[in-house]
Design a protein around this ligand. Structure first.
Ligand SMILES: [Zn+2]
Length: 168
């Protein structure tokens, strides 16, 4: 019996180690850029952080979104946080997204989203990466899979993240 308990303990300790390794992997996320490469559209002391969840924008830069609400510029870590803001019933103007290829902001209307690729997403199990050029989106899709969609298509998938919360 004692042996069994030590075995269980060992397994628990080992899975603890696994978690530590995962944390190390997270420090080099696909969506991260060095702070000097991140375009910050927001102003003020919190400009480096997602307006909704507070995560570092440079760390999740390749999924960053931005929009204007009541004349003020907001920047989000991801379409998830943009969608969360919209869920409050607000009207957001000039929605933009980072083009993964050029790291510049583009209008969401011009973006081709690759949804559900093997590259992990931000704040969501289903990743969504946007490109200005359809060619770039197709190249990414050929490497990592996923489906190419418009902004509205990507939004519908992002809304799924909130279904559980909104039901109750
Ligand atoms: Zn966020």
């Amino acid at each position: 019996m004692l042996k069994l308990i030590s075995f269980v303990l060992l397994v628990v300790i080992m899975s603890g180690c696994g978690t530590n390794n995962d944390l190390k992997v997270k420090s080099s996320l696909y969506q991260s850029v060095t702070p000097d490469k991140a375009v910050l559209l927001q102003k003020g002391k919190n400009k480096r952080y997602c307006a909704r969840c507070g995560m570092k924008l440079a760390r999740y830069y390749k999924t960053n979104h931005a929009a204007i609400y009541k004349g003020k510029q907001y920047q989000y870590c991801s379409i998830h946080c943009l969608e969360e803001h919209l869920g409050k019933g607000v009207t957001l103007k000039n929605p933009q997204v980072v083009d993964v290829a050029s790291l510049k902001f583009i209008s969401v209307g011009d973006a081709k989203y690759v949804v559900g690729s093997k590259k992990r997403g931000t704040m969501s199990r289903v990743s969504k990466y946007a490109f200005a050029s359809l060619d770039d989106a197709k190249k990414f899709q050929a490497k990592y899979g996923g489906e190419i969609m418009s902004f509205n298509g990507a939004r519908k998938v992002a809304e799924e993240d909130f279904k559980f919360k909104r039901k109750y």
